[in-house]
Design a protein around this ligand. Sequence first.
Ligand SMILES: *[C@@H]1O[C@H](CO)[C@@H](O)[C@H](O)[C@H]1NC(C)=O
Ligand SMILES: *[C@@H]1O[C@H](CO)[C@@H](O)[C@H](O)[C@H]1NC(C)=O
Ligand SMILES: *[C@@H]1O[C@H](CO)[C@@H](O)[C@H](O)[C@H]1NC(C)=O
Ligand SMILES: CC(=O)N[C@H]1CO[C@H](CO)[C@@H](O)[C@@H]1O
Length: 328
Amino acid sequence: MLFPYLALFAASLINGAVVSSNLAYGRDQETRSQEIRGRQNNQTPNKTCLAAKSLQTASEKTGQEAGTDGIKAGQAPSATDDANFINFCSGQTITNGLQLTAGSCNGIPMGKIPASKNMVSAMITNPQIGDKIPADTTFNVSVQTSHLNAGFFVNPTTNYYTAPQDLDNKGDIIGHCHVTVQDIGTLKSTTPPDPTTFAFFKGIDDAGNGKGLLQAVVTDGLPAGVYRVCTMIAARNHQPVNMPVAQRGAQDDCTKFEVVAAQGSNGSASGGNNSKGGKNAGNANNGKGGKNAGNANNGKGGKNAGNANTGKMASGKVDGKAQDQNLA
Ligand SMILES: *[C@@H]1O[C@H](CO)[C@@H](O)[C@H](O)[C@H]1NC(C)=O
Ligand SMILES: *[C@@H]1O[C@H](CO)[C@@H](O)[C@H](O)[C@H]1NC(C)=O
Ligand SMILES: *[C@@H]1O[C@H](CO)[C@@H](O)[C@H](O)[C@H]1NC(C)=O
Ligand SMILES: CC(=O)N[C@H]1CO[C@H](CO)[C@@H](O)[C@@H]1O
């Protein structure tokens, strides 16, 4: 009866790991005893406890131990845990499926990591770099992706980050792509834009053309300005995709483009004052659009372009935020 003896020995090792972890987080003796009894009585492991097969022993080390491969000056020691950090979030605000704007702690595993040959890549095919798109006019953001099994997104209100990344039977990540557009002021801006502010955001819910081409319709377009559009490719539960190697090409793409007031469209509407109308339209186009569209409109643009543009700008921002809440 050697086998059962070995099995029992293995089980007590697992229990040892869990007990020491629980001790660290102040779990009481009775709870630990219940867990151990659960394992021994039911034959099957208590599903709330870490299975031996899931243990990552690399987490027990900082990476700076003498004789370890890959040590370089300036490296940070890793935090350590002997039970996969399963209780890392104990006593903190647990994410628990919500998009908590004050921050939280999420204890769900990262999940399945693809092979290098299945790494996600993307290229924004519309708009193209430097494009000048007419203001307040519907256009598409188009993204050609590879190795993303797109069209899968869970309820972002209840299941944000609640399950690990998963792969399909070809080894590709199952998930979806978001596109986000921000006003950056000028094409050569050196200021990181504020991530809490965006002109347009959309989670692309479908699988596109089935060959990786995904599209988001920017209904009624954007006010005049200079913008950056980026992809944010995600697994099914909205977490950024995780890849097998650090040194690689990016999974996401960004590009920069301009939105310009339609030339002369409101020029003739300035009461037959052609030269005046022309000048005003010009100001709105030359970098004074976007954020400063209001200035160009106040007084200079007369009643025509001014009122129309202000109205569109306000509704554009409201739409963007509303879509974010529904379709993270
Ligand atoms: C499994 O573990 C949980 C959490 O510690 C505990 O509440 C439960 O009673 C255990 N189940 C059994 C069958 O021991
Ligand atoms: C824009 O995207 C939508 C939705 O994918 C698609 O139906 C439409 O044909 C696209 N328009 C252009 C001009 O590509
Ligand atoms: C029309 O143009 C004239 C001459 O440039 C200017 O004096 C006048 O104020 C303009 N009227 C309007 C309504 O812009
Ligand atoms: C007369 C004219 O062309 N008016 C246009 C001014 O611009 C707004 C917004 O782009 C249009 O809606 C008007 O039709």
